[in-house]
Design a protein around this ligand. Structure first.
Ligand code: UFG
Length: 328
């Protein structure tokens, strides 16, 4: 059985569907602080999943979990992941993302579970020195969120050397889109991410979309990101788990489309797909935002056999369908 921490959240829940489609047994562990019980219930209607509500800070919850289920590996999503919030409240991020993960890793060791797929991020690279960014690019995060993920990467290296706990670290770029059957989707409260925020300006009356910064050194002055589809990303997690199972070897992979789009380009595609003249306001930069991030993901393609199959258009289309469902 595979343990999915944070399986009630955005990327975790899409990965659960991928694993169910590939006949894996999963147990979700989630404290529902940002994940949703409605998502868990939807997943339960799709396949035979187990759900345990619990907290990474409660060692008893973790021990109950590991003693109740025969866990062979962990895919660890549970974390806070907002760049700006991490600049305002770094304590929250260090406690949750670092200490929570340490509790998980130590419980894994106690129960002799020695395989983990870990959600890391391109935010560990900081402001890129070379583009596209490959896995050997220096890591100098410019925000606390990136620091917490880099810290865990370091812990995983040490735990491999000392305890043979093997990890696949996936450093993903920006994630977009929703389940193509609109059963689950991106659902953050409050929503801070680009694509859902643009789409909310279509589905919610009087909401004006704000562009954070138009004075970056990019072709139109707005930030460039690499938007990978969430179902493609879910597939990368399954492939990473299978690779880990087969090779029992730690490794690190970027997961991205290798294409960068500016905020204004994304806005234009949203206007086209929704056929709406979306209200927009240009405002100042947001704290912690690097100007340009896009991936070199060749290593994942060559070693994991992963290829992104969905287009940005697919992602925005499914995100819009989901957004309409949320506001219905
Ligand atoms: N943006 C706007 N207006 C909005 C929201 C976002 O202009 O209303 C801009 C941001 O300033 C940024 C870009 O759109 O330039 C993307 O912002 P998101 O909030 O969608 O995503 P981030 O790049 O800040 O962060 C996301 C995840 C992180 C992850 C990172 C990797 O939240 O966990 O991608 O780049 F680390």
């Amino acid at each position: 059985m595979i343990l999915i921490t944070g399986g009630a959240g955005y990327i975790g829940s899409h990965t659960v569907i991928n694993l169910l489609n590939n006949n894996y047994e999963v147990v979700i562990f989630d404290n529902l602080s940002t994940g949703h019980i409605e998502t868990v219930n939807m997943l339960k209607s799709i396949g035979d999943i187990k759900f345990e509500q619990g907290d990474l800070f409660n060692i008893k919850d973790l021990e109950n979990l590991f003693s109740k289920y025969d866990i062979e590996a962990v895919i660890h999503f549970a974390a806070f992941s907002l760049v700006e919030e991490s600049c305002i409240n770094p304590q929250k991020y260090y406690i949750n993302n670092v200490i929570g993960t340490l509790n998980l890793l130590n419980t894994m060791l106690k129960y002799n579970v020695k395989k983990i797929v870990f959600s890391s991020t391109c935010a560990t690279y900081g402001v890129p020195k070379t583009l596209p960014i490959d896995e050997n690019h220096p890591q100098n995060p410019i925000n606390p969120y990136g620091n917490t993920k880099l810290t865990v990467e370091g812990i995983l290296k040490d735990y491999d050397k000392a305890y043979e706990l093997k990890s696949i670290i996936l450093r993903y770029f920006n994630v977009a889109g929703c389940d193509h059957l609109t059963r689950i989707g991106e659902w953050h409260i409050p929503e801070t991410h680009l694509i859902p925020n643009i789409l909310k300006s279509v589905t919610e009356k009087d909401k004006v979309f704000k562009i954070f910064g138009t004075d970056y050194d990019t072709k139109d002055g707005t930030c460039i990101r690499d938007y990978v589809n969430v179902e493609d990303l879910a597939e990368a997690h399954r492939l990473a788990f299978e690779y880990l199972n087969k090779k029992n070897k730690s490794d690190i992979f970027n997961i991205g489309t290798e294409k960068g789009n500016t905020v204004k380009e994304i806005f234009d595609i949203c206007k086209k797909i929704t056929n709406t003249n979306i209200k927009v306001e240009e405002t100042q930069r947001r704290a912690g935002d690097p100007p340009i991030l896009y991936a070199n993901a060749k290593k994942a393609k060559e070693i994991l056999g992963w290829t992104p199959k969905k287009t940005l258009y697919d992602s925005i289309k499914t995100a819009f369908e989901w957004q309409r469902k949320l506001t219905d």
